[in-house]
Ligand binder design. Structure first.
Ligand code: SF4
Ligand code: SF4
Length: 181
């Protein structure tokens, strides 16, 4: 299982593992990868471009090392097991769950900017966005993934902040690592 995270995930890989086990999946290991920030509308939560690029390179190196370890018979177990489970529960979920609940109906669409392209509607994993007469209406199921906010071509969507500071998509942060090319 591979889980991405901003700073700390606790047991991100473990959560996925527990869910998939119910469907018969066999879980052999877990890996946690720090990735660029996604909060596009809050300056205080943005990292500089170079820092985000470094994070992606570090993630690539970590994946490369994990592959080598697996080939040598040592599968990484990040996020899997009781200690990680407790870290995720007390270090993250109990605190953030209440916070994210508070924002579940706070997605804002600027009707003056929205052109009704529908891109955000198709991307929302929660089916929280709906195209109504050439503009978008948001419901109350947002989980703050920021997918729609980072990809709206008109920067018409906000959540925590009032306007877009910088949209982040992975293409911006990927560049060739000469050490591993
Ligand atoms: S992606 Fe942006 S412009 Fe397109 S429908 Fe959604 S809010 Fe409107
Ligand atoms: S932030 Fe994520 S969950 Fe919330 S409306 Fe946008 S795509 Fe959907």
């Amino acid at each position: 299982m591979i889980a991405t995270m901003g700073l700390f995930s606790g047991d991100g890989a473990g959560i996925l593992a527990r869910r998939l086990k119910k469907y018969g999946a066999q879980i052999t290991g877990g890996l946690h990868l720090k990735m660029p920030d996604s909060i596009a509308d809050e300056k205080a939560l943005k990292r500089p471009l170079e820092k985000n690029r470094e994070l992606v390179l570090a993630a690539e190196r970590k994946i490369h090392k994990a592959v080598q370890d697996i080939q040598r018979g040592r599968t990484p177990r990040e996020g899997i097991g009781l200690l990680y489970h407790l870290a995720g529960l007390f270090g993250q979920r109990l605190y953030f769950y209440g916070k994210t609940q508070h924002y579940s109906d706070q997605v804002k669409i600027n009707p003056e900017k929205c052109v009704g392209c529908g891109k955000c509607v198709g991307l929302c994993p929660m089916k929280n966005l709906e195209l109504v007469q050439s503009t978008v209406k948001a419901g109350d199921r947002c989980t703050m993934c920021y997918r729609c906010i980072n990809t709206c071509p008109k920067q018409a969507i906000t959540l925590l902040g009032k306007k877009i500071v910088e949209q982040g998509t992975i293409e911006k942060y990927v560049k060739i690592d000469k050490n591993h090319s």
